[in-house]
Design a binder for this molecule. Structure first.
Ligand code: G6P
Length: 609
């Protein structure tokens, strides 16, 4: 995700901004820029690629005089990574410069309105509307203009605003994106992330949603949306810099798991308007939809498993046949794909070699392609006819977590969208699906909270086993595939998933005294069946860890241990059910002293076959 930094004080701003941006590099970015105020004029310098390029361009900042400025690392969401799309963005009158972290969901409507009023745009970003809105509302009072502009925005934002009429003050605003104010002596700072600040000050204040601040060398004034002052407590940061990069978490994987409520919210909420699912830049006409006779989902690794869970939702809601194919197999399978096939390609990185090859193979056979990708401008995104981005932000841990849950979020939205277009579900069911998808972020948070205390204890119990089995049926089976993969890739415990109904066809031969079996039981249609399998495993001495609703006494009474979940809509349950399984794998790996963020032999992005 993007990172922002701001400084005002007695030192030259540019070197401090560049240093702050370097500290934000770990978050991932594709372009960067700074704006500095000097002699009542703004100097903006922005460039695609590394911070090193920006440093070189500004002679490490020395070539850019001025003691107040803002900086930004961009991780492209709206518009490709280019110099024009990099922040800061300037107003048409040259009076304002803005950096932004977040997504302005209503930018298209605002852009149309501003164009109508004569404002010209230089970028494809959602952010640029903000700077023009501020110019439009400016009547000599920047604070007022920033409040009025923010009131027009929907979505998430942490903003830093410079104005040539206020030579030493930076204005900031926050809504659903982190913004931290750093208090110094005769100088003050802000940033999206503590990492960028700790080497300058450890005294910070946290801005809350709907709040603003005016940051000047003399002090920081915080105010609300009506302009009234807000009191804030100063906090003292005691972490070291390395911990700060991980936001205080011990590992990136833990941080990314905890980010899942926010990541799924960022992926879901912009796609639901007035109770309808829609995708920016992707729509299927009735004619087009009628001509599709099947959907093929292709991907690798966890993305493939997300496809397995997505298939169930699409088939249930849309009554279109869906097959899920490993990209490494599909590419050589001489596949039965033609212009009546809708190919859905899932890839966090957008650079997985097999996924790209399978996609090319299917395109050559006439398939229409929709890519569900996290990295803007990636190869998969470029090859696809339509792209639906998962707005998870950069994922650093090799084992994906928020990548998977945001992919599922998109697949559920897609299933509901197609069902609505096809008329394959009644209106009430459609509305219930929209409501259920909307509740995913909240339910993930509940799943985390319900199990946060118990999971480290369960991990201690199960960490010394040589192998673990995961069983489930239907949606539960789909999640168990990803749960077992998480366990084996980071803890190196042999973990296999089996469709519970297959136990009697072989696997049960492996069940002996003390064998851990993780039994997933969140699909009420088949709970009774899975309970029978639990009983069979227990009769042979297995230790059963059940994953089920917290009030499902039938399952709980049979299990040795329980991971409890809030109740939820069955067809979408994998997005929530997986989270405690990720956490279980994490804590087991931690008990075993594994290198969690960089498991042996694995790569984040497999760009070779
Ligand atoms: C690697 C990663 C996995 C990921 C898979 C597919 O194996 O370690 O976490 O699921 O690649 O990657 P993609 O970027 O295409 O989703």
């Amino acid at each position: 995700m993007c990172g922002i930094i701001g400084y005002t004080g007695t030192e030259q701003a540019a070197p401090i901004l560049l240093d702050g941006l370097r500290k934000l590099e770990y978050r991932g970015y594709d372009s960067a820029g700074i704006a500095v105020l000097y002699d009542n004029a703004l100097t903006v310098c922005k460039i695609t690629g590394r911070i090193a390029n920006l440093s070189e361009k500004t002679e490490d900042g020395k070539a850019t005089p001025g003691q107040v400025g803002i900086g930004h690392t961009r991780w492209a969401t709206h518009g490709a990574p280019t110099d024009e799309n990099a922040h800061p963005h300037k107003s048409n009158d040259g009076r304002f410069a803005v950096v932004h972290n977040g997504i302005i969901e209503n930018y298209q409507a605002l852009r149309a309105e501003l164009v109508e009023k004569g404002y010209t745009f230089e970028s494809e970003t959602d952010t640029e509307v903000v700077v023009h809105l501020i110019e439009m509302y400016y009547e000599g009072d920047v604070k007022n203009a920033v409040i009025r502009a923010s009131a027009r925005l929907r979505g998430s934002w942490a903003l830093g605003v410079l104005c040539t009429d206020c030579p030493d003050t930076v204005y900031v605003a926050r809504e659903a994106s982190p913004l931290i104010l750093g208090a110094g002596v005769g100088e003050n700072y802000f940033a999206s992330d503590i990492t960028a600040l700790v080497s300058y000050t450890r005294n910070v204040m946290y801005l809350d949603d709907g709040e603003f601040a005016a940051v000047s060398p003399a002090g920081i004034t915080i105010f609300d949306g009506t302009g009234r002052p807000v009191e804030k407590k100063l906090h003292r940061i005691t972490w070291d810099v390395a911990a700060a990069e991980k936001g205080g978490y011990e590992h990136f994987m833990l941080k990314e798991m905890m980010e899942q409520p926010r990541a799924t919210e960022a992926t879901i909420s912009p796609r639901i308007r007035d109770g309808e699912v829609f995708f920016e830049g992707f729509a299927l006409g009735e004619e087009e939809l009628r001509s599709i006779d099947k959907i093929v989902i292709t991907a690798c690794g966890s993305a493939y498993y997300a496809g397995c869970a997505g298939k169930i939702a699409i088939e249930r809601l849309c009554r279109i046949p869906v097959s899920v194919e490993l990209a490494s197999e599909l590419r050589y399978a001489d596949p039965l794909i033609d212009e009546h096939t809708l190919l859905v390609v899932l890839s966090q990185s957008g650079e997985t070699a097999d996924t790209i090859a399978a996609m090319k193979e299917c395109k050559a056979r006439g398939a229409r392609t929709v890519a569900v990708v996290n990295v803007v401008g990636s190869t998969v995104a470029a090859l696809a006819d339509h792209v639906i981005y998962t707005w998870a932000g950069p994922e650093i841990a090799v084992a994906t977590t928020k990548g998977y849950t945001t992919q599922l979020s998109v697949l559920y939205l897609l299933a509901t969208y197609l069902a609505g277009k096809k008329g394959s579900v009644p209106r009430e069911r459609y509305d219930a699906c929209v409501a259920a998808i909307r509740s995913i972020p909240k339910l993930i948070q509940e799943a985390i909270d319900l199990n946060a205390a118990a999971l480290p204890r369960l991990a201690r119990k199960y960490c010394d086993h040589a192998s673990m089995f995961y069983i489930g049926r239907n949606t539960d089976y789909a999640v168990s595939l990803e749960g077992a993969l998480k366990m084996k890739e980071i803890s190196y415990i042999h973990a296999e998933s089996y469709a519970a109904g297959e136990l009697k066809h072989g696997t049960i031969a492996l069940i002996e005294e003390g064998q851990p079996v993780v039994a997933l039981c969140c699909n009420e249609d088949v709970t009774e069946k899975t309970v029978s399998n639990i009983v069979e495993c227990k009769a042979r001495g297995a230790e059963v860890l059940a994953v089920t609703f917290r009030d499902n006494g039938r399952v709980i009474s049979q299990a040795d241990d329980v991971i409890a979940l809030p109740r939820m809509e069955t067809v979408f349950s994998p997005a929530v059910e997986i989270v405690p399984l990720q956490m279980l794998a994490y804590y087991v790996a931690r008990e075993r002293g594994c290198d969690i963020d960089k498991p042996k032999n694995l790569a984040k992005s497999v760009t070779v076959e």
